[in-house]
Design a binder for this molecule. Structure first.
Ligand SMILES: Nc1ncnc2c1ncn2[C@@H]1O[C@H](COP(=O)(O)OP(=O)(O)O)[C@@H](O)[C@H]1O
Ligand SMILES: [Mg+2]
Length: 215
């Protein structure tokens, strides 16, 4: 079976004054449908950098990423529908718009038709218990609510490969439970999930593979 994701010898450095900060040194791994990978490592070990590279937000210095057999750097447009990314910053939403308007906007970017969008928003609202605050401006929502809307945003396009950067950071207990439940559903649906976290213990209930980055 073709891997959903194949990462071959990814390297990335940043300039740090005159010196070179070599953050990722020849990272290789692959993931098949239904697998969960937890990327761990201390602060500054490169977890976010690696996820951003996988999401196409940052270029690697060398190496290759294949998503469903397509080169992720050269074929960004083609792989976009397969990919979901939730960054660790909570600014991924427009604060003046409501949650629903945000979701409709992002669905339009993915060329999802109106009927499918309404249907998916309805299902995500149920699963994430969003209903009560979906029609409030995001700026009036609590952090937990914003995070649930961000999760919905990330899953709206039904991505086969989903990347979450420190997803449990700051989550209230209920949102945390919902999120862990969703991970189980994604796995069952044979999606691939990658989670970057400094605390892998949080995911012990979920069968997963591990990649530890060192500084
Ligand atoms: N845009 C950038 N410019 C310069 N250095 C960066 C940049 N992004 C990350 N770094 C550096 O790369 C290292 C890894 O950062 P990061 O990927 O955020 O680690 P983690 O997510 O594991 O905490 C850190 O030393 C950080 O300072
Ligand atoms: Mg990080």
């Amino acid at each position: 079976m073709l891997e959903t994701l194949k990462v071959e010898k990814i390297a990335r450095s940043f300039k740090a004054g005159a010196a070179e900060n070599r953050v990722l040194k020849n990272i290789s791994f692959s993931l098949k449908a239904g697998q969960v990978l937890v990327i761990t490592g201390k602060n500054g070990s490169g977890k976010t950098t690696l996820l951003k590279i996988l999401a196409g937000l940052l270029l690697p210095d060398s190496g290759r990423i294949l998503i469903k057999g397509l080169d992720a750097v050269k074929k960004q447009k083609e792989i976009k529908p397969f990919l979901g990314f939730m960054g660790s910053e909570e600014r991924a939403l427009y604060w003046k718009l409501t949650g629903r308007q945000n979701l409709e906007f992002f669905a339009a970017l993915y060329n999802i038709d109106r009927k499918t969008t309404a249907d998916r928003i309805g299902k995500l609202a149920l699963r994430l218990e969003l209903k009560e605050f979906l029609d409030k401006p995001v700026e009036d929502c609590s952090l937990g609510m914003k995070q649930r809307i961000s999760i919905a945003r990330c899953l709206l396009s039904h991505p086969e490969l989903v990347l979450f950067d420190e997803p449990l950071k700051g989550l209230d207990k209920k949102t945390r439970e919902i999120f862990l439940e969703i991970l189980g559903v994604l796995k069952k649906r044979k999606n691939c999930v990658i989670i970057a976290t400094h605390n892998p213990e949080d995911f012990r209930s979920l069968k997963h593979r591990k990649l530890e980055l060192s500084k």
